[in-house]
Design a protein around this ligand. Sequence first.
Ligand code: HGY
Ligand code: MN
Ligand code: MN
Ligand code: MN
Length: 424
Amino acid sequence: RTRAGGAGLDPGLDIDAALLLRRLDEIAAFGARPGLGGITRTGLSDEETAARRYLAARCHEDGLTTHVDQAANLIVRRAGADHDKPVVLLGSHLDTVVDGGRLDGTYGVVAACEVVRVLAQAEVELPVEPVAIAFTNEEGAGFPYPFFGSLALTGKVDVAAATVAAERGGLPLRAALRAAGGDLDTIDAAAWPPGSIACYLELHIEQGPVLEAHGIPIGVVDAITGRTILDIAVQGRQGHAGTTPMALRRDALAVAARVVLAVEELATERGLCAVGTVGRLDAEPNVTNVIPGRVELTAEIRDSRPERLRAAERALTGELARLGSATGIDIAATVRPVTAPTPTTEPARQAIAAAAEALGLAHREMFSSAGHDAQIVSDIAPIGMIFVPSHRGISHAPDEHTDDAHLIAGARTLLHSVLRLAGR
Ligand code: HGY
Ligand code: MN
Ligand code: MN
Ligand code: MN
């Protein structure tokens, strides 16, 4: 057994780059649709479950032990892991958006498993136990309850709210979770005790243009965006598109169009938040010659500062009230604060920067405008995040891409960050 020595790199320790890239290719097959470029592997879908089982089987072959918890999170440890040691938890998610890329989430999970495998195989004895985790339904595309798996880890799943959200998405949560290997009735048991996680590290593609623009391979995340979602329902009156005079209409979609622009203007003209998006809109009955009677849509706003996020939210609800009284159409909004802006932890940032340094990789601190499971885990543990460049900053789209060299460099940085945190 190798004992923990002084600070510095263990020259013999390295990830298996070919294995990392092969696993990514293999998992990209789950949810890929022939003829289409993108991957649809939403939370608690059969595809997500199949990907989880596949990865678990490969980890098992590699001599690791695997466990699926009550939230269907996959947890991977070395055989004979010391359950009394504090854990360095490494993870991300295996689910995707609809028609998404192959790296968002999956990269961090595959690299985490590889780091655990390398350390187990080398029989490196660390004062902390490295454990990998794949969280369930981070995106909220499977059912609109994002961060389901990481919320379960922190004991914060609101079962009633998650069940309602899943039902609205046409997913019976209890049955779907059971099929994925979880159990809604005992989900509290998925929560980890306070103090059990010495640090959580998440490796992820940047999903933005910053690192590529600067030609820097490693991003050390300093903080992660806050996000609020408003579920908006516009209730008009369905009618005949030919015979109803314009003055007598209650067209829900025409009003929803103004809502869409109001959300955009929050971030553009009014500069109240960093970004504002209407990503989902359902019009009823959605027929060419019928005046839409009802529209449901989501408004998503993000910012790095909590007070700006709240101000933008208030401005939007105010605008909805004005639009409602100006048009005589009922507009209802439910506010869902998803995440607060979240800083990462200084020792984790230092460990990542030192690891990159020692590997000869240029690095810079940067903000994450994407949300991550790390924000949720920050409730119970220190967190750190490593970014690698995204080609043209594209993500949540089929043509998401990161060069192999960057993927390998990121995984190496993750491995050596673990060693640094463990005092190596
Ligand atoms: O939407 C997000 O920022 C994350 O990728 N789920
Ligand atoms: Mn994503
Ligand atoms: Mn992600
Ligand atoms: Mn007719």
